[in-house]
Design a protein around this ligand. Structure first.
Ligand code: ARG
Length: 458
């Protein structure tokens, strides 16, 4: 058991206590960040005269050796060390001797772990942003291909008004675009370096915090040493943004599952993204979409867990904060996998455009337009609404769509109808006339797609 704090103890830690307290099993994934932070700290210590040039060089070379040996598999991180910070310091000292013991000057594990977690989260934020961009690129292609692919739009899961697939996908484009801007917001707000805050009250050494901040690509050092070591806001914000992404992916998954069902048959998932049943030979199940929907709860769980962990903590660092890692890492890995798989699934999906258009034609999605037609001919809207309501009832009896009635049948219900009604309530017209900004009319949708395309090209 390699501990950094044996001096004031006269007895060995109980084995179960050691295991309960240790975090190496999960914080070893911070190795790269820990070493990056230590290199910056050592460089700064040397510049401030707290290490000699020679000691600094020994430390830098030693740290780089540890990282490359672990990556090559010749150095193993074992549970003989309490946490990743203890591991690095112990191995460094073992390898370079005296200079290794000087590395921790003016530093505490509290500001060290605060830094490691920030560096790690910042990298993951950039990764998430990149994955969102890839998803948006697939959405953009599908929108470009489906500008006039008609489909029913739903409210209450009941057919409402016709729109296009491009427009429906555009709704998700907006959501994932907001998710990206959340990544950028969080990154900007969190990008201050906690290193140099010490345990909680700064340090008496003349550290150059600006220097370490800039070596580690931060915008500057944090403003309060107590806040620095006890702040996990950025992680909560990131988990919250990941939860939002998962919520969006889950809604989208739910729709794809419905669309892939035998009743809808709007899409067919590619064989490479579907699974079968062990008993029912006919089955091709949308398991990937279902798992993305299912794993959403897990990411929400990590957010709730950390919020709850933090809510009762007095300033500054408390060991409770070690609990910021396991579930957060799991949430990050889960969201990453879900984004990658969802993008692959969407990229290979087949849209059955004929079925979608047929479905848009049935279910009276043009009833609003039929009423609008009468209004244009001078009928007050309330009367038009009731006339079309009766018309719909007739169609339900006859088992047909409004467009299937003859002009005579239409005139029987309302003499105002004329030959031009058929064009006025066709799918093309119903969708094509919806030209307000953000509406599905292909002419405005095309402009919107151009904006999306320019956004992605930036
Ligand atoms: N493993 C600890 C964590 O993850 C590192 C910080 C330990 N600090 C301390 N004062 N015990 O939070």
């Amino acid at each position: 058991m390699a501990q950094l704090w044996g001096g004031r103890f006269t007895k060995e830690t109980d084995k179960m206590v050691y295991a309960f307290n240790a975090s190496i099993r999960f914080d070893q994934r911070l190795l790269e960040q820990d070493i990056r932070g230590s290199k910056a700290h050592a460089t700064m210590l040397a510049k401030c005269g707290l290490l000699t040039e020679e000691e600094k060089e020994q430390i830098l070379t030693g740290l780089e050796g540890i990282l490359s040996d672990v990556q090559a598999g010749s150095l193993e991180i074992t549970d003989a060390y309490e946490d990743v910070h203890s591991f690095v310091e112990a191995v460094l000292t073992e390898r370079i001797g005296e200079a290794g013991k000087r590395l921790h000057t003016g530093r505490s594990r509290n500001d060290q772990v605060a830094l490691d977690m920030k560096l790690y989260t910042r990298d993951r934020i950039d990764e998430t942003d990149g994955l969102l961009k890839e998803l948006l690129e697939v959405l953009l292609r599908l929108m470009q291909e489906n500008l006039t692919t008609y489909m029913p739009g739903f409210t209450h899961l009941q057919k409402a008004q016709p729109l296009t697939l491009a427009h429906h996908l555009g709704a998700y484009f907006e959501m994932f675009m907001r998710d990206r801007s959340r990544m950028q917001d969080i990154r900007k707000r969190m990008n201050l370096c906690p290193l140099g805050s010490g345990a909680l009250a700064g340090t008496t050494y003349p550290l150059d915090r600006e220097m370490t901040a800039s070596l580690l690509d931060f915008d500057g050092p944090t403003g309060n040493s107590m806040d620095s070591v006890s702040d996990r806001d950025y992680l909560i914000e990131y988990l919250s943004a990941l939860s939002m992404i998962m919520m969006h992916l889950s809604r989208f998954s739910e729709e794809l599952i419905l669309w892939n069902s035998n009743e809808y048959q709007f899409v067919e998932m590619d064989d490479t993204f579907s699974t079968g049943s062990s008993i029912m030979p006919q089955k091709k199940n949308p398991d990937i979409a279902e798992l993305v929907r299912g794993k959403t709860g897990r990411v929400y769980g990590a957010l709730m867990s950390l919020l709850t962990t933090m809510k009762g903590l007095p300033l500054a660092y408390n060991k409770d904060m070690q609990e910021d890692k396991e579930m957060a890492f799991d949430a990050m890995d889960t969201a990453t996998m879900c984004l990658k798989l969802f993008t692959g699934m969407l990229d290979t999906i087949t849209f059955k455009t004929d079925r979608m258009a047929k479905s848009a034609m049935m279910g009276f999605t043009n009833a609003t337009d039929a009423a609008d037609y009468l209004v244009m001919k001078g009928v007050p809207f309330r009367d038009a609404h009731s006339i079309i309501g009766k018309l719909v009832l007739t169609c339900i009896d006859l088992g047909c769509a409004i467009d299937d009635l003859t002009l005579d049948q239409l005139k029987e219900i309302c003499p105002v109808f004329e030959e031009d009604v058929f064009d006025a309530i066709s799918l093309e017209t119903c969708v094509g006339k919806r030209l307000t900004k953000g509406a599905p009319g292909p002419a405005v949708m095309q402009k919107q797609i151009e904006l999306y395309s320019a956004y992605l090209a930036k």
